[in-house]
Design a protein around this ligand. Structure first.
Ligand SMILES: [Ca+2]
Ligand SMILES: [Ca+2]
Length: 350
């Protein structure tokens, strides 16, 4: 179909064409030949052509790219082409089809020509591969000879990198309040899950006498370790800690190396005002359960319907609310995690 349109365009653009010759080579490249993209970062890049001395009359291009980026928008430069029949992403390829009609040869673009631009977004870590799966370009040498360009595609070097959170430089004690250090795991999230970065937690600390304090938005480092100064908590021992992730139900932790539900009141967490004397409580054996996407304290049908409506919109990206295992995709594993949490349903409150 595209080929037919192009042939038509070619005939229209070269009504007085003298003949067909092939061989002139054209360079196709992006205006930015080498750059890094952070996960979730968006960037506009221009697709350029250097046609040399030949006038450009039509293009039929499909640019393939690896799945660690997605293309949010495609435009073909409409000053350089009178008619654009395709500027979109089809099955993971950017398809650009355009031609010039009703123009004299000397009105056609030549030399360094902007073909169009793409907005790309980093969705998973790694080197991005670009290739041309369709590369038909048609020109005119000025003597009305139709010219099929040989296309020399210069691939850009683009890599998507993780957003790294610097390791906290350790809490400095104030000589009075306890310092809590802990390490957690998120259910279903494996090491290196590209979209499970920057997931802060809310931590409630409960004293034996019932006094409690909630500390919101505690940042974790890449090992999912957090540190905090327990201002407002008087006891240094018999503490229980309740931790809630950004899409997780609250889980109670009450002892080091806990690997199951703690089914008793109170707790055995001990802190010290000297950060040097404080152990890192390891709670990774009992991961935080995911599924409370709307953060109302329960995993239920409402969360399930949020997943359903999100899946209908898109299934890849770095800011998917329902991406419970943090791999930048919505798939059955996310639903399994939600179902698993639904069995427990409620946050652990005592
Ligand atoms: Ca919920
Ligand atoms: Ca996922």
């Amino acid at each position: 179909m595209r080929v037919k349109i192009l042939v038509l365009a070619m005939i229209m653009a070269h009504l007085f064409a003298g003949g067909v010759m092939a061989g002139n080579s054209l360079k196709l490249y992006f205006d930015n030949s080498s750059f890094n993209l952070k996960l979730g970062e968006k960037k506009s890049i221009k697709l350029m052509a250097d046609t040399g001395n030949v006038y450009l009359s039509g293009i039929n291009l499909a640019v393939k790219f690896s799945t660690n980026i997605k293309v949010n928008s495609v435009t073909v430069h409409n000053n350089n082409f009178s008619t654009v029949t395709s500027a979109k992403t089809v099955n993971g390829e950017v398809v650009m089809v355009a031609y010039n009609m009703g123009k004299f040869t000397n009105q056609l673009p030549k030399g360094v020509v902007e073909i169009g631009s793409l907005e790309i977004e980093g969705v998973s870590v790694g080197q991005v591969d670009f290739s041309l799966s369709t590369n038909q370009m048609i020109g005119n040498d000025g003597a009305n000879n139709i010219d099929y360009f040989g296309v020399n595609f210069v691939k850009p070097t683009v890599s998507v990198e993780a957003v790294t959170i610097p390791t906290p430089t350790g809490i400095i004690g104030n000589g009075k309040d306890g310092v809590l250090k802990f390490k957690v795991a998120f259910a279903g999230v494996t090491n290196g899950a590209a979209c499970a970065v920057n997931w802060p937690v809310d931590v409630m600390v409960l004293e034996n006498n019932g006094n409690s304090k909630t500390y919101s938005g505690i940042d974790l480092n890449n090992e999912r370790e957090g540190q905090m100064l327990l201002t407002g908590i008087n006891s240094k021992n018999n503490l229980a800690v309740f931790i809630k992730g950004p899409k997780h139900v609250q889980v109670k932790y009450a002892e080091n190396n806990q690997n199951n539900f703690y089914n008793k009141p109170g707790g055995n967490i001990i802190v010290d005002s000297n950060p040097e004397n404080t152990v890192v409580y390891n709670f990774t054996g009992y991961p935080l359960m995911a599924g409370d996407i709307n953060r109302d304290g329960v995993v239920d049908g409402v969360d399930f319907s949020i997943v359903k409506s999100e899946v209908n919109k898109r299934t890849e990206g770095n800011d998917l609310a329902s991406d419970l295992n943090g791999n930048c995709k919505l798939e059955s594993q996310d639903l399994s995690l939600l179902m698993l949490a639904m069995k427990d349903k409620q946050e652990q409150l005592y």
